[in-house]
Design a binder for this molecule. Sequence first.
Ligand code: MG
Length: 299
Amino acid sequence: MRAFSYFTSKGEPRIGMEFENKRYNFTYIWQIFKELKNSPQTPDYYFLQIMIEMGNFSRKVIEDVLTEIKQFRSLDDLIIKETIRYDVPISRPSKIICLGRNYTAHAEEWKSKVPEQPMFFSKLPSSLLPHEGYIRIPKNIGRVDHEIELAVVIGQKARKVLEKDAMDYIAGYTIANDVTARAQQGVAIKKGHPWTLSKGMDTFCPMGPYLIPVDTVENPHNLPLELTVNGGVKQKANTKDMVFKIPELIAYISNHITLEVGDIICTGTPEGTLPIEPGDVIEAKIADFGVLRNNVIED
Ligand code: MG
């Protein structure tokens, strides 16, 4: 079961749900369910973030809805047949927090040490880019790299969460590419400046295509990751090699920063980050979470 946000051919936002290799209009499925339950006060769902906020984004809820509806009607006419445009699963997170050096081999390839505490920075929500969107590289900014990362989407407000409870605060997982203006970042590091520009440029945060409900993923710390450029494998690793694991990250971050519903934590990239250039096609895959594909163009 994989959820996604999309726009219809008329440009209207919808939630899609993919199961048994078919894609369904879940916004409509939910409306039918509301009618069955005679519950007009329940909101319609056009955005995954609202569905998460209402506590209805889980395999259990979605399966219950489908089971109930199937008793009365076929779902065949709810299959998406039109041409759609993907949106990012969460289009308005209050923040995107990204881990630096959270895989030993990646820290080593940049001659850095793994930090003693999680080291994080933030990407700007305005840098989000959906599946099949274009990564735009400004002229003359020097080297720009890809960085595949497992992204965690927060499911309920988290403040001072204990490690043992941290997994309860997750809505689901998706794939992120922490595109980095590496040359610019190098200049910033030398000057002691922040990374906001090198990490936060428009289109530098491709994400998606799917949001995978947390209760469908047995172990987020054993997922193969692979990123290809023009079909050639550049990054290949497994989330088991993460230094600070997800519960530790949520506990550490939420001790000082309240995580809101829809906030995103990018858990760091493994080794093999390499330059990209206009004309490249980048594909990022994690387990059976789908393929996040983006073309690169000059801006
Ligand atoms: Mg990164």
